[in-house]
Design a protein around this ligand. Structure first.
Ligand code: TXA
Ligand code: MG
Length: 321
């Protein structure tokens, strides 16, 4: 099993030697390796069982580092970075040659992000290279938001998990790139569309609508837990499916007309930030419960709610209603 601890020296030492370390970020835990070392990056794909056509995000300590890895930072990208970094925003920018092709799966853009977590920022400031880090889960499964989630699934394949506590955003970064000079959101995440539009005006959202994804994370079969999740109106889902042992995921506290166990509530008071923080842990919890299906309701489609609904759709076997 991996060691879980807060020893930055140990993490620095492992990363310097081309080993992998799971790192905390404000969004989800990452599976990190030296982005400039193709062997370390290859190890990331192997440990995650991730296809090599799916590129990795490169994590840096500050905006000034971005210039070492991106060929040009357009003015909107700079405005967004100045506003939201460190934070849950990934920018797709033309890559510099120093970034190995395996990191970007041969694409000419590199995803760059400056994570907002004190331990990981300390770590990034100690090492002389950026960290390639996908979410620290086996390919296709729900992302981890605690060290224990990482331990459960990858603990026997990595030496160390840097313990930064539970992730305070809880949902992956928003991914923004430019096509013909126009901003495009490829994945909804911890920075809402509204917040981005407040800074740079209208953006195109292609997240979850493309059959030819620019970001393979747009594939529908992503982020699924082991239990079959059905999303929609839970009463209607129950009537249609008549499950014998349903588990239920509600947005906020409310009465339901049928028996379900367990019932998880994303946020008793209807706070979307709290809902995002709880989402992945609750989806995981059903995998350990005696349920035959999970009936999940959508949340209001505003702010972080859009990213939550996006993840619920991806986690779902079927959406009804
Ligand atoms: O919040 C996050 O972004 C977390 C933490 C650890 O930083 N990372 C994360 O990485 O979610 P991952 O690999 O699980 O998801 C990154 C997504 C993938 O869908 C990948 O296809 C897309 O970003 N992506 C990365 N680099 C890309 C590139 N150069 N072009 C297009 N898509 C890219
Ligand atoms: Mg992932």
């Amino acid at each position: 099993m991996a060691i879980i601890g807060t020893d930055i020296d140990k993490a620095v030492d492992l990363l310097n030697r081309g080993e992998l370390v799971s790192i905390p970020t404000e969004t989800v835990y990452g599976l990190a390796g030296n982005a400039l070392n193709p062997e370390a990056v290859t190890r990331i794909f192997t440990v995650k069982n991730r296809p090599t056509f799916d590129p990795l995000i490169v994590h840096i300590a500050s905006l000034s580092d971005a210039r070492n890895f991106a060929e040009g930072i357009n003015s909107q990208a700079r405005e967004l970075a100045e506003h939201f970094w460190p934070g849950p925003l990934t920018l797709l920018l033309p890559k510099k040659e120093i970034i190995p092709d395996i990191v970007t799966a041969g694409l000419d853009r590199v995803g760059i992000r400056c994570p907002d977590h004190a331990l990981t920022r300390k770590l990034l400031n100690r090492i002389g290279f950026p960290l390639a880090a996908p979410s620290a889960n086996p390919f296709g499964y729900v992302s981890p938001t605690t060290p224990q989630h990482v331990q459960e699934q990858l603990g026997d394949r990595i030496p160390y998990i840097l313990d930064g506590g539970p992730c305070h955003v809880g949902i992956e970064s928003t991914i923004v790139g430019w096509e013909d000079g126009k901003p495009v959101i490829y994945r909804m995440g911890g920075v809402s569309i509204e917040e981005i539009q407040d800074i740079i005006g209208p953006v195109i959202v292609t997240a979850f609508s493309s059959s030819q994804p620019q970001a393979p994370g747009q594939l529908q079969s992503h982020y699924a837990p082991k239990r079959k999740v059905f999303a929609g109106d839970v009463e209607e889902l129950y009537t249609r499916l008549k499950p014998s042992k349903p588990g239920v995921l509600l947005y906020r506290k409310k009465a339901i007309s049928f028996k379900a166990q367990p019932i998880h509530v994303l946020s008793a008071t209807g706070d979307l930030n709290e809902g995002a923080r709880n989402l992945f842990g609750m989806l995981r919890a059903f995998d350990h419960a005696d349920v035959d299906v999970v009936l999940a309701e959508f949340v209001p489609d505003v702010g972080l709610g859009r990213a939550i609904n996006d993840r619920l759709r991806r986690a779902s076997h079927m959406v009804i209603g």
